[in-house]
Design a protein around this ligand. Structure first.
Ligand code: FMN
Length: 189
């Protein structure tokens, strides 16, 4: 019930014949330094054994344009179908891992598994982030900071997909001092 979450497409496989995509909502950041994240996968998934064997995967963030493919890759098994081909997605070359990236995704996060923790229904793959590729459209050319607010990322909440919503404020806005000269309340007629 901890929502919203991202719905990411996780790509895996050490060679083209093995390439697969699994949609994952049970994912998140674990640590800043070293950069670490996790995905939780049911052992019955076709992707489970691929990730367990190769100990690497790529987390691909999803956008409104990728929402249909995200859902499809989350209801079909790679046991029977080539999801890259079926969804017209392009496997790209990752910098560090052998698993493919999804070229159409705005951000590709390359991960190496450090630990597999059986929890019950799902096993948690704890992983170190070894490389991140981001579409240049979402990088500030001066500071190299991500401008992911512009990417139209997908949220997933209780069985439904949503487009990113209205901007509320920047990190720390609750404690930010008002600029000199700014009046308390704007008067409207
Ligand atoms: C939005 C969404 C989120 C999902 N999250 C997870 C998840 O966190 N862990 C998991 O094991 N399966 C999750 N699934 C289910 C798998 O993506 C699905 O079973 C998929 O068909 C498995 O593909 P595979 O057999 O090719 O590995 C999710 C599905 C959807 C649609």
């Amino acid at each position: 019930m901890i929502y919203p979450l991202p719905a990411v497409m996780v790509s895996c496989g050490a060679n083209e014949a093995e390439y697969n995509i699994i949609t994952i909502a049970w994912t998140g950041t674990l640590c800043t330094n070293p950069p670490m994240c996790y995905i939780s996968v049911r052992p019955g998934r076709h992707s489970y054994n691929i990730i367990k064997k190769n100990r690497e995967f790529v987390i691909n963030l999803t956008t409104k344009e990728l929402a249909k493919a995200t859902d499809w890759c989350g209801v079909k098994s790679g046991k029977n179908v080539d999801k890259f081909k079926a969804m017209h997605l392009t496997p790209g070359k990752a910098q560090v891992v052998n698993a493919p990236t999804i070229e159409e995704a705005p951000v590709n996060i390359e991960c190496k598994v450090t630990e597999i923790i059986p929890l019950g229904s799902h096993d948690m793959f704890m992983a170190e982030v070894v490389h991140v590729q981001a579409d240049e459209r979402y990088l500030n050319s001066q500071t190299n900071a991500f401008l992911l607010g512009d990417a139209g990322l997908v949220n997933y909440a209780h069985g439904n997909y949503y487009e990113q919503g209205k901007h509320i404020g920047r990190f720390g806005y609750s404690v930010q001092k008002k600029k000199k000269g700014a009046k308390g309340k704007r008067q409207t007629k």
